[in-house]
Ligand binder design. Sequence first.
Ligand SMILES: Nc1ncnc2c1ncn2[C@@H]1O[C@H](COP(=O)(O)OP(=O)(O)OP(=O)(O)O)[C@@H](O)[C@H]1O
Ligand SMILES: [Mg+2]
Length: 473
Amino acid sequence: MNLQDFTKLLRARWITIAVTALVAVLAAIAYSLLTTPLYEASTRLYVSTSAGSSAVELYQGNRLSQERVASFTQLLTGQTLAQRTIDKLGVSMDAATLQKRVKATAKLDTVLIDVSVLDESPVRARDIANALSDEFVVMVGELETPKPGAAPDARVVVEQRASVPSKPVVPKTARNIAIGLALGMSLGVGLAVIREVLDNTVKSRETLEEITGVGIVGTVPIDKVRRNQPAISFDNDTSAIAEAFRKLRTNLQFLSVDNPPRVIVVTSSVPNEGKSTTAINIALALAEAEHDVVLVDGDMRRPSLDKYLNLVGQAGFSTVLSGAASLSEVLQETNFPRLTVLTSGATPPNPSELLGSMAAKNVLSELREKYDYVIVDSAPLLAVTDSALLAANADGALIMTRFGQTKREQVEHAVRNLAGVGASLLGAVVTMMPTRGGGAYSYNYSYSYRHYGESKKSERESTPDTPEKTETP
Ligand SMILES: Nc1ncnc2c1ncn2[C@@H]1O[C@H](COP(=O)(O)OP(=O)(O)OP(=O)(O)O)[C@@H](O)[C@H]1O
Ligand SMILES: [Mg+2]
């Protein structure tokens, strides 16, 4: 993985990284909120030794003080002093606990010792710091007096007394959040890499072509509008998705130049890969290029064309196959020019049998006679044999693969199912391709020959909007 791949991975998996970082930051905030606040009060002690009057004696006295300072810092955190402080203040605490809360640090090359005490109460922190320092002064007095009544060899003075701290030193909320963020980001990137390594969904053009053994004829981007309004009104629409379908239309005409497929089953491995939405728009794109198109709902188990196009669903393909109506009676004209629809009709008990029947083949042949293109929406290949049987009765199938969702094995299995009934696979289509983020990287190949064979009308419509230009001053 080079730097470029890594950047793409970060862009594609930014949600994983963001969520992990957010969780870590929230954990850091929770940790900070749950931590009992501790206040720190500090005093400063000055150590002096009885010095002579000459410069040499003064120097030696100073040296002696510095040496003592090292021992004094140990004594300050010792058990004896802790116990004496507790006894003096009468606080309910054991010496070991207090010892842990006392810190004494000597400043290098000085005779100063900084003493700090942590406590849940700011006032008690101050009181303990002061009492401990005072007790230490007494203790040093005792220790440094060689015999009773003599002058002590060293003295400690409380140079600065403690005051009540205004803010707690623990928790360090800002630091905890910063650490949480840093750890969360690192963990998120780690997770993103692991997920990428374990991800066996189809995400690259090469993989899809390798599995299917056919070329990619189209890449349909995600377009949120399609969720409420599956059909694109191609009129003057130059959106990315409309352009994608125009490219797909062009590529369809190149599939087998001598005998271009006209009865095409739109299928996929698993549900929700965008079969119905894509089938509708392939049909509309072909209709835009002035072809007469009939769109057939071959998904008798979960029909959706009637709902997606606001048509009558009760009578349709299954009605004709059962002999209850003639084809012409159930074909429905739509609001879109040149597009006719044959909805699925009532769900029969035996869809596979019906769709693989001679009658179904005859219906498709009859439609082929009447229309330039017959586009058949169908059920997922891994669930039922319906669409493989339909494809065997048609010129072939286009297999939809939802970007980053469909697994390689699923596509492999679906391709085997088609081959198993002798259906021909015409091409693959990538659906719901992310338009932002690193996901787009593998598919931004563009078909430079997209306008070949297109009608004048479509060529005009697929070029960027001219009115916009004229409106600009
Ligand atoms: N290009 C797209 N951009 C955004 N959403 C899409 C796109 N294509 C399809 N969808 C949405 O994905 C969902 C599944 O789409 P659709 O019904 O076309 O899939 P399907 O493969 O026919 O599903 P089923 O297997 O249930 O028949 C729908 O909510 C649809 O609106
Ligand atoms: Mg469908």
